[in-house]
Write a protein that binds this ligand. Structure first.
Ligand code: ADP
Ligand code: MG
Length: 904
């Protein structure tokens, strides 16, 4: 140790405390990394690896990063899942004797980033935490993830904090929805098997999950008597998850933890259940195999004008509501904006100028805001009264308003006229509380065009602090002072060549050439002799010099203090400002959805608690956008648990089956998110969950998806769907042999139909035309097909859904369309004909042999007489000849009778 330089010792001390982070060690204008960290940075950041002597005979690997470019490098490391500990100099090296004190001020991890340039402004950045239902390693052992898991997530850039207890399935779906940048799990327990392998997992101290410690952590942080204050049960595994999140933020010295001021309890039952497959299959956030954002529902609907609105819209699309009143409130706001293009244009114009108030407040509270961010916040807050004015400009006659009750009294000062709002927007408008005091505090103290950083100065507005103004006068007028002094001294001494100058060692001096040195007055004190000149100081000069230096320091001090004080004022009002920002985001979402509705011709859906889904002229919002205007063929839908429960959709490849199925699900989800829908009318009985299973061939992302996976997912649907669910099954059973696939598809439909209490509304696309027969047995099954016309032996896709089953697959026609050689097409026709005749015979036989399994769900009972007779045979008492006779008899009965049970 003695052999090491003091800096090396200091570094090792820091690194010991942050072994899991890359330590960025500030040395002057650089952040330096050493040892393994240096090698890693050199590799990952493509920067030069050198070495540095740091002790007797010791050279240490080193990679340095200029401090002004640090954000970009941190961004790269974070994106790769690394953590960076920022170790800063705690005092000014210029004025410090000995080694400068250094401290880690923050550990940046993927889930705790707050730098604007490291974040996607249109998406939240979540840190999530999973708490196992049971402590790992406790007596009894077993899988700690068995049972409900505690789940918490926080976006520390905006202060959002949500927690709840979720089933494993729900937790997996939530993770897929929020896509956290980082997931905390207790060290020692294996992460749950359903945790997506691509997530950045951070293992943390298991003690943090101790329920007593976590309860105390939560109580202390939020200053509440119990987690029950947020509607979270004391015994809920959500509490350990919250505790661990808070501890992690504390450990990483994230000052943003102060922004987190309450917990929202996650109640799964409030939202439509959507699993990861369904979000992907319906292309809510990403589209196609490569999971791009374009072409997704989000990309289609997102015409918001603020980042806050964009984030809110994304959250809403992932969490459609089931509460009709809440959905209607959202639709009201959309309708208000939809009704007038002028109103919409005016609101969008203002919203476009609105900065990201949430994240600005976040950075101010965290203490990392720059002066210009305060100014941006001020401008945003100054827009609020204008937005409210725009909203209060309504055409509803005042009389009707008065009947509806009081609106908009908030914010009306004496002498001001009380704004009244259209009832549809009143609630949102009322929550846009003017934050005049905060805006005024910033406006008074902070210059409208401040320096980029606090060091750059000019942060405080002139006139705000008399002392600061005076100090600035002193420091700014140095040149004039020097000139005046010079002129005065020249006159007094009569030395024309006398000069006043400054250097760092001697400070201010008066310089006289050697020739004139004899003329220097008494009170000049000689300081320095040069070859041709002498330099002097005077008491007046010394006095002035110390004034300037202290003035500079003092001015910087005052600017910092005022800036901090204004930040503290903003922080004190953070909750208030964030509430207003949330209402602005809601307005922005309403305005954006109204704009989409107007542009793309959507209508307001009506919602009810019934069990029917009826859509007139429904369209698929994304496929429609990808086609020429007017090219998309609209289709009707009517599903209802009571009668038309299951729709079986047949039709040739490429006819539009998948598009139709998805369109129905997307319309339902859009409606329950509070958006208008692509249709001419829609009445939606709200659904509790949407399930989709897309057969291997049609699965957008996992083309390689095996039959096993397909069956696991189908099984999950059958176990979890309720009478209020919507189930979309697209070509299931495809991944196996024809007969297996058909048998499974059939059994699934029968189960959905016959299982008491299940009766989920279902759309089932299939190329197994045999399933069309089911409608004859099962009263709530309806057949549909996507119409095609045949013209001169070729098919034309009409894209129209019509009642009845398709009778041919038209696969050969599609092959012909695709340009297969004529001879091949002709031969295929012949083979098809042979197969179809054969197949009809085979199918009969297959049904006969498989009847015992299928009979579990079949509407017609099997031939129980045959079974009874078989069971009654006394084999031991028979002669071989008797046995032969009975066998022949049974065979004949089976041939004549069993086939009928399944005949059409
Ligand atoms: P299938 O599932 O029957 O094989 P898809 O639903 O994948 O067919 O549709 C194939 C293509 O047909 C789509 O990519 C789209 O371009 C077009 N299409 C589907 N439905 C419509 C429609 N209603 N109007 C116009 N074009 C449609
Ligand atoms: Mg398809």
């Amino acid at each position: 140790m003695d052999q090491l330089t003091p800096i090396r010792r200091q570094y090792l001390d820091v690194k010991r405390r942050y072994p899991h982070a890359i330590v960025f060690f500030r040395l002057g204008d650089f952040y330096e990394t050493f040892d393994d960290d240096a090698e890693l940075c050199s590799r990952e950041l493509d920067i030069t690896l050198t070495s540095k002597p740091m002790g007797k005979g010791l050279r240490v690997p080193l990679a340095g990063i200029p401090y002004h470019a640090v954000d970009g490098y941190i961004a790269k490391l974070i994106a790769k899942g690394y953590k960076v500990a920022l170790c800063e100099q705690m005092s000014d090296p210029a004025t410090t004797k000995g080694i400068v004190d250094r401290k880690v001020v923050r550990v940046v991890t993927p889930g705790t980033v707050i730098e604007g340039n490291l974040l996607d402004e249109r998406a939240n950045n979540y840190l999530a935490c999973l708490a196992p239902a049971r402590r790992a390693g406790r007596a009894g052992g077993g899988d700690p993830w068995q049972g409900d898991a505690g789940f918490a997530y926080v976006d520390i850039s905006t202060g959002e904090f949500v927690a709840g207890a979720l089933t494993q399935e729900q937790a997996a779906a939530e993770l897929a929805r929020i896509r956290p940048a980082e997931v905390l799990v207790p060290d020692g327990a294996d992460p749950p098997p359903w945790l997506d392998a691509s997530m950045h997992v951070t293992r943390v101290e298991p003690l943090w999950f101790d329920s007593d410690l976590a309860t105390v952590t939560v109580q202390e942080h939020f200053r509440v008597a119990s987690p029950e204050a947020f509607g979270i049960d004391r015994a809920s595994p959500a509490v350990p998850a919250c505790g661990a999140v808070l501890m992690y933020l504390r450990e990483n010295q994230s000052a943003s933890v102060a922004l987190v001021s309450s917990i929202r309890a996650h109640r799964a039952a409030e939202y439509v259940g959507l699993d990861a497959h369904t979000m992907r299959n319906l292309e809510l956030f990403t589209s196609g195999r490569d999971l791009r954002r374009d072409g997704s529902l989000l990309a289609t609907l997102d015409l918001t004008n603020t980042s806050m609105g964009a984030r809110l819209l994304r959250r809403r699309l992932g969490q459609p509501l089931v509460d009709i009143a809440a959905i209607e409130r959202r639709l009201d706001a959309v309708a208000y904006c939809h009704e007038s293009a002028l109103r919409r244009a005016r609101l969008s114009g203002m919203l476009r100028e609105m900065p990201d108030v949430e994240r600005l407040v976040g950075r101010i509270v965290a203490g990392s805001a720059q002066p210009r961010e305060l100014v941006a916040l001020r401008r945003g807050l100054e827009l609020i009264p204008r937005l409210r004015d725009a909203l209060s400009d309504q055409q509803t006659p005042p009389l009707r308003l008065a009947e509806r009750g009081p609106e908009g009294e908030v914010g009306a000062g004496p002498g001001e006229s009380v704004p009244s709002f259209d009832p549809r927007i009143a609630e949102i408008a009322a929550r846009q509380r003017p934050c005049d005091d905060v805006a005024a505090a910033i406006a008074q103290a902070i210059d409208g065009d401040p320096g980029a950083t606090l060091d750059a100065g000019n942060v405080v507005r002139p006139g705000f602090s008399e002392e600061l103004d005076h100090l600035r006068l002193i420091t700014r007028d140095v040149r004039r002072f020097v000139a005046e002094l010079e002129a005065g001294e020249r006159e007094r001494t009569g030395i024309k060549s006398l000069k006043v100058g400054y250097n760092r060692v001697f400070g201010y001096y008066i310089e006289i050439s050697k020739a004139n040195a004899a003329l220097a007055p008494e009170h000049y004190e000689r300081r320095q002799s040069l070859v041709n000149a002498e330099r002097y100081a005077t008491p007046q000069l010394r006095e002035y010099e110390s004034q300037i230096l202290t003035a500079k320091d003092r001015a910087a001090e005052i600017e910092t203090a005022i800036f901090r004080q204004v930040c503290a004022q903003v922080a004190a009002a953070a909750a208030h400002v964030l509430a207003t920002a949330a209402a602005v985001a809601e307005l922005d979402v309403a305005c954006g959805l109204a704009e989409a509705a107007a542009r793309y011709n959507y209508v307001r859906p009506s919602l009810d608690g019934g069990d029917a889904i009826e859509v007139r002229d429904g369209r698929h919002p994304m496929v429609e956008r990808s086609l020429a205007a007017g090219a998309f063929v609209p289709n009707d839908t009517r599903l209802s648990s009571g009668d038309a429960q299951i729709g079986i959709v047949t039709g040739p490849n490429m006819a539009g089956k998948s598009t139709y199925l998805r369109q129905v699900a997307v319309i339902v989800l859009m409606a329950q998110c509070g958006s208008f829908v692509p249709a001419s009318a829609a009445a939606i009985g709200v659904v509790d969950r949407v399930f989709t299973r897309v057969g291997a061939g049609d699965d957008l992302t996992s083309g390689q998806s095996t039959f096993m996976v397909e069956m696991i997912e189908t099984s999950a649907i059958l176990h979890n769907a309720t009478a209020r669910s919507l189930v979309i099954l697209d070509e299931i059973g495809r991944g196996t042999s024809t007969y297996d696939g058909m048998a499974i598809a059939r059994a699934v439909v029968e189960y959905l139909h016959n299982r008491p209490g299940l009766q989920a509304k279902t759309l089932f696309a299939t190329h197994y035309h045999e399933l069309v027969d089911l409608a004859a047995h099962l009263p709530r099954v309806r057949n549909f097909n996507v119409a095609v016309a045949e013209e001169h032996g070729r098919i034309v896709f009409l894209r129209r859904i019509v009642p009845g089953g398709a009778d041919r697959s038209y696969g050969v026609h599609v092959a012909e369309l695709a340009g297969l050689p004529k001879a091949v097409v002709q031969r295929a026709r012949e083979v098809l004909l042979e197969l179809e005749t054969d197949g009809r015979e085979h199918a009969g036989a297959a049904r006969a042999t498989e009847s015992p399994q299928l009979s579990l769900f079949a509407a017609t009972p099997p031939d129980d007489g045959l079974r009874r007779d078989l069971a009654g045979i006394d084999v031991d008492a028979m002669t071989p000849l008797d046995a032969m006779r009975v066998l022949y008899e049974l065979r004949d009965r089976a041939r004549s009778g069993a086939g009928q049970a399944y005949g059409p």
